[in-house]
Design a protein around this ligand. Sequence first.
Ligand code: ADP
Ligand code: MG
Length: 685
Amino acid sequence: MESDQDSVRALKGIGDKTGKLFEKLGIFTIQDLLGYYPREYHVYEEPSPIGELKVDMTGAAAGVLQKSASVRAFQNKKVITASLRDETGTLQLTWFNMPFLKNTLQAGTYHVFYGKVVKKNNRLTMEQPEIFAREGYQAMMESMQPVYGQTKGLGNKAITKAVAQALLRRQMEREYLPAYIRKKYELAEYNFALEHIHFPENRQQLLFARKRLVFDEFFLFILAVRRLKEKRQDRKSAWVMKAAPQVAKLMEDLPYDLTKAQRKVLDEIMEDMAGGLVMNRLVQGDVGSGKTVIAIMALLTAAYNGCQGAMMAPTEVLARQHYEGMLRMFADYGIDKVPVLLTGSMTAKEKRMAYEKIKSHEADIVVGTHALIQDKVVYDRLALVITDEQHRFGVGQRQMFGDKGQEPHVLVMSATPIPRTLAIILYGDLDISVIDQMPSDRLPVKNCVVGTSYRPNAYSFIRKQVEQGRQAYVICPMVEYSEMMEAENVLDYTKTLREALPGIAVDFLHGKMKGKEKNEIMERFAANEIQVLVSTTVIEVGVNVPNATVMMIENAERFGLAQLHQLRGRVGRGKHQSYCILVNCGDQEGTSERLDILNRSNDGFYIASEDLKLRGPGDIFGIRQSGDMEFKLADIFTDANLLKTVSQEVDRLLEADRDLVCPEHQELGRRLGKYLESSYDKVNL
Ligand code: ADP
Ligand code: MG
């Protein structure tokens, strides 16, 4: 019996080697593949007059060649060029190493050319355009071509073919949305939506498919949140805590005063933990607002009440950083409580030792990744669990410690700046505290948006900062070179920087490295043994090295504003003036306007709202706020209106049929169960 849970290797043409490449993309099963939505679509529009082609756009031009193409040799390559002219202008066409095209591109023949427009020697040029006959292009115009995220060795064609095959062989999903809801919101049938998100015939159909899938993402998410809320509301707690004098003393001993906002939030947490009910609280605070120290104080309160506390982070790097920060702080301020680290990349022996310390309560505080929730871990009097960077975890994980002993207090922390109205929906199962103030000793980060020609200046600026003892991050969007994407990559950039900055320790970090290697690099960076760290966005969340003062982001135009803001949040964490250099490597007009928002403001909340204004709710192909929540298609900002609508619909539904037992809701109940299950082991990285 064929099932969507079958490995992608069940598809024709996918053997061991290609299977591994799919796994690299996080695609293991047919179901994963079907849920691997295109990043964008190529639209083959009516060819434009040459005069209307703009640099950086991808488009088509058509016409009769006046002269046959010519071939010449250039740096070991054979370059073939032709030129296309109409009343509005002239377009150069060039191809490398395809001399055989000369036969096709004869004077007097008609072709359509499709490709990216650039400026070369001050002339409008298409490089490596696709060539179509009139009829061939006409056929392309009738469909949109999906473009998937790719990896080296696994290109778009192969992925597209696999998806098409998977769509053919899959089991049809039973419709689970009640008919009255589909009708009311004019939603596509599920199978239709799934098929057409991959292969839409036109934009309208794509929007129709997308709306259904976004609706589903919100609908199931909110239902799950409501389930959690019901389960957790007003539960008596076995853990009633007293304020600990040692925590008050630590607060006095720290070299800084807590901000007013930090104190208010800490009070709210303490009140919850002392109040007799199970705490379910979200702490929202912009990057750098000082959430960690609040978490530590809550954990210590649990420890001094004879209980255990656990703190979970979405990455190894972050977990280790929290652990080491605690070790240092406890040593510096004479705190006699013991933290223990538990992460996936530790050796079996190290893990065993950690398990023992946790079970015997030698450990007062356990810090780690989602290794913390494995069955093997047995806690003793676990009374408080904290998840850092909550938006990186699935909703099911909000209750994952629930079955570890007696229902612990739950605190989740997030830096995603979302308006209160949305927070109430997305975190409906939680009470919300906001740290709406930055530590007063901070100098605001100085920003600049520059073009690629500024690089030499940036490098000498970095050199000067390093000579003063500071450190720098340089972010590239890609790990390694790819033919598919013209963007800077970590491996090549590291080489370039090592040459440009002799005598300075330049090293790199990316998500494809082993856990142990990553830890080592981060430790050396934290110890200032590495002075310039070239990295992908793996350092986006939570990393805290206050001595780093420069954040240089290559291809800034490729990132969402929220993501850029998170990246920038890695600097400006100490007393030194910090700088953020955004390198804009494209020259689309909208880009500089977007980046200018970051230039103007360091306030995450303002940035998110301006970003929304600029993109507008209809802009579904804009750059998504990556990593937020667990939505694949939905964007909580641009789809905010739909989110609100869905929330109201869920209210109505649960009021009428709280347990989803009516015949027309039974399928939905089944689907929700499946959703909650799969959401348990989801971490968005
Ligand atoms: P985030 O909220 O992004 O998790 P962190 O908790 O990592 O931020 O705090 C960032 C830095 O600010 C840390 O180095 C921390 O020691 C420091 N910090 C926290 N609170 C204060 C404060 N009230 N005054 C000065 N520095 C603070
Ligand atoms: Mg943090």
